[in-house]
Every structure is written in C-alpha cells, then in structure tokens.
Design a protein around this ligand. Structure first.
Ligand SMILES: Nc1nc2c(ncn2[C@@H]2O[C@H](COP(=O)(O)OP(=O)(O)O)[C@@H](O)[C@H]2O)c(=O)[nH]1
Ligand SMILES: [Mg+2]
Length: 449
C-alpha cells in the first residue's frame, strides 16, 4: 500500500468555504508546520481554530482544522480536514504549502481507496460513495445509502454462507474419495439449495434493469399524431419552454429529451415527431426515431385530441407491447371530455394549457413505473461491475444445478461452486482484488474523495 501522505481539495471551487483533506502517516507533523495546532498531541475527532501561515510566517487564512486519529478516520489513517475560505488563491496556497512540506496531491478516489484497503469499508460500499455523491434524487440517494450501509454485502454474505456450507460437505467427500460410495453432501439438499441460490442471484441481477432506469431516468416516450400537443405537454411537465410548440404540423422532427423528478424518482421524457404519412425526408427519419423511442421506453404516453381511429389504436397498441401505455386526451380546455374510452386502459384527460389533469398524469406515470418500495430493504443493483459478476455467478450456479441433474462427480461440482464463491466475493472485494480493477473503479471518483 502506498505510504505517501496525500492532500486534495474536497469541495467544488467557487463556494464560500473550501475543505482540504490530508491523509497518511505524516499528516500530523506536516499540518503542524503550517498552523499552530500540535496535531500529534491533541485528542482525535476534535476541531481547532487556527491561522494557516506560509513559510515566511505570513497568515494565509483563518481556518478550522479537524483532527482524526488512525484508525478512527474516513481512510483509517491519521487525517486532517482544513476548513478555510473558498478563495481559489487561499486553497491553492494551502495545497502548495502542504506539497512543499511533503504531501503528494491525491489521485481521484484515493482517499476512498485507502478506506477500502484499510478495511474501513468493502468494495461495494466504496463504490456506493461515488454513487452517493452523484445522486440527484430520492431514489438514487436511497439506493446509494443502502449500499453504503452494506445492503449488497449483507445479501451476498448470506448467499456465500449457504454456498460455503455446500462446498465444505463436497470437499469432505473428496478427502475420503477412496471410500467410493461415501456421500456427505445429500444431493437432494444440495439441489434445492443450489436452486434457492440461483433464484437469489437472478433476483439481484434482474434488479439491475430497475437500478439503471432509476440512475439514468425512467424513459417515457410522448407519442401521437402531429399537433395533438406533445411538445406542449413536455413543456408543461418541465415547467419550461424546452420544445418548440406551433400549430404547424410536423414542427418536432427530432426527439427531444429532458428529465424531471416525480415523487423523488427521475423520469426521462422523450418528445417525438408526430406520426403521420409524409413525403418530407427529414420528418420521415424523425418518425422512425419515434418508433425507436417507443422501443426503448418503459412508459408510453399516447396523446390524441379527438377519438383515435381503430387503425391508429391498433397500431399504437401493437407497437407498445411490453410497455406501460397511458392514453391521454389532450386540449380538454377546448371541449368537454367526450372521447370514448380505450378498452383495457385508464384514459386521462388533460389540458397542458391550463394544467388540468397534469397532477393526475404525474401520479399515473409514477404508478406505471412500478418502482419497488424504496423503504424496503430490498437490494437494487445499479453497478455494471456487480451486474457482470452476478451474470457470471449465475452461469456457474447453473452448471452446478445441471451437474447435479446428471449426477456429476463431487470434484467437478466443487469446482463450479468455488467459481460462484470467487465471483461473489469480487463484488465486495473480500478476495484479493487486482490493482488494475481497483484503479479502474477509483479513477471514476472525484479528487478529494
Ligand atoms: N387550447 C389548447 N391548445 C393546445 C394545448 N396543447 C397544445 N395546444 C396547441 O396545439 C398546437 C400544437 O401543439 P404542439 O405541442 O406543438 O403539438 P405536437 O405537434 O404534438 O408537439 C399548438 O398551437 C398548441 O398551442 C392545450 O392543452 N389546449
Ligand atoms: Mg411537437
């Protein structure tokens, strides 16, 4: 492990205050040379008012210095946080002083990497720190917090315990392999346990789709004929003039996307070119993109301003199979709700102009997203690295199950089981993680974290 003492700015530039972090074995002697706090002799977890001074003894800033003594710090090492004024001159000056006294500027994520290497958190928790910093709404915040508190690790360690029990019994058999018919591991029990584990792994892997949707915004396509009010609805939902609205047919030719937060969940709305027969080449491409948007959407808002024809209805319904379809009658301010209902769907009547029906529509969109209850302890996978590991673990446990069905010998079963165990511990990093993987994970962090 790198023994350098590292420093970095932990706050974004431009604020009233800035925080500089220092961590490593030389933290206390180094910081003590630039201020009057004798870090070595003060109690850990204490805050001290002091002036930072430059090498000529000239004051640089009035600051608060927080002292954390190993192992009771974020990184597990001796650490200090200097809160100073946010001037870029002051911040650079203090960093320069620290570097001159023997610190090295930290790499992205290096503080968190040290926290992981010092056993303060496992790998999935360290990754959750980056997600927590990036979270922009209640849902992503909740998932990151749950992962940071060890949600995924707890779930995986439960699975690993079950697997280890199986594996021990199989290994025991191998030790007594000269007694041919000796079976310690009851094959029936093995089979049902392997199936339970497969179901658990499957469940976790499937949550990735929801996790991705929550992280990047649940895709909602707004579709319908030209001039039914699609762009007006997008603007009403966004409370912004994002898309051009006009009574000229075919105004929106490309897809326009933006995100909004509904009840703490991020939705990504895609306004599309209206569907109609046209000879305009650009508009035709736009219409193709409308169909692509429907394909990638989880929810489709189908807008019409008069009773849709049977053909239109059939076409939309066939194109939106497997997605939640919400039929919407627009421009309710122009006429009383007169449209016949669409069989099998709850139709909503709105006026983007007056705002009538918009809250009900937002409610319907939220319900259609079918978000798992975020207050439950259910773990949601959002990380592609975890998803990849789970898929490989699934393939290996599948081999165990298939092997049991064809009465494969204990040694071959044990090999596949060991694979599953190794893959699952990749996620939490409980087995030795190659430096390259660590660098890859932590390089996505911001400097100072
Ligand atoms: N009265 C009324 N007019 C609307 C409403 N929504 C849209 N419009 C009008 O319908 C025309 C087409 O709207 P637009 O949003 O561009 O439709 P798009 O082609 O489906 O995107 C514009 O003149 C809008 O002002 C509404 O709720 N009430
Ligand atoms: Mg439009």
């Amino acid at each position: 492990m790198n023994k350098d003492t590292i420093c970095a700015l932990a706050t974004p530039p431009g604020g009233a205050l800035g925080i500089i972090r220092v961590s490593g074995s030389k933290t206390f002697p180094i910081v003590s040379t630039i201020c009057s706090v004798c870090c070595d002799s003060v109690t850990g977890n204490t805050v001290h008012y002091t002036h930072i001074v430059d090498s000529d003894g000239e004051p640089v800033d009035e600051t608060l210095v927080s002292v954390f003594r190993a192992p009771h710090s974020y990184t597990g090492e001796d650490s200090v946080e200097i809160s100073c004024h946010g001037s870029s001159y002051i911040l650079n000056k203090i960093l320069e002083l620290l570097v001159n006294k023997g610190c090295r500027m930290a790499n992205p994520g290096e503080f968190t990497m040290r926290a992981y290497l010092n056993g303060k958190m496992d790998l999935s928790q360290a990754e959750a720190v980056a997600d927590l910093i990036a979270s922009t709404n209640r849902a992503t915040h909740h998932i990151a917090m749950s992962q940071l508190r060890g949600g995924i690790s707890t779930k995986l360690s439960q699975l690993r315990e079950k697997l280890l029990k199986l594996n021990t019994l199989l290994e025991l058999e191998l030790d007594f392999s000269d007694h041919e018919d000796l079976e310690f591991a009851d094959r029936k029990e093995l089979f049902s346990l392997a199936q339970t584990i497969e179901a658990h792994i499957n469940h976790l892997a499937h949550s990735f789709e929801t996790g991705q949707a929550l992280k990047h915004g649940i895709p909602v396509a707004i579709v319908g004929k030209t001039n039914v009010g699609k762009s007006t609805l997008l603007n009403a939902l966004l409370h912004d003039d994002r898309a051009i609205v006009s009574d000229i047919h075919g105004t929106t030719r490309d897809t326009i996307e933006d995100t909004i937060d509904i009840h703490g969940v991020m939705f990504r709305f895609i306004d599309t070119a209206g569907i109609r027969q046209t000879n305009d080449k650009v508009e035709q491409i736009g219409i193709q993109r409308t169909y692509q948007a429907i394909e990638h959407a989880r929810i489709v808002l189908w807008l019409f301003d008069s009773t849709p024809t049977t053909n239109e209805e059939a076409e939309i319904i066939s194109h939106t199979q497997g997605r939640s379809l919400i039929p919407i009658l627009t421009k309710a301010d122009l006429r009383p709700a007169c449209c016949k209902s669409i069989e099998g769907f709850d139709m909503i009547s709105i006026s983007a102009k007056t705002g009538q029906g918009i809250p009900a529509l937002e409610q319907a969109i939220f319900a259609a997203a079918d978000i798992p209850n975020l207050s439950e302890t259910d773990v949601i996978i959002t990380n592609a690295r975890h998803y990849d590991a789970l898929r490989r673990a699934h393939a290996s446990i599948r081999r165990v199950i298939d092997g049991l069905q064809v009465q494969l010998s204990g040694d071959l079963l044990a090999e596949d089981l060991r694979d599953v165990l190794a893959i699952l511990s990749e996620i939490t990093g409980t087995q030795i993680t190659p430096q390259e993987t660590l660098n890859n994970i932590f390089s996505h962090f911001c400097v100072g974290k």
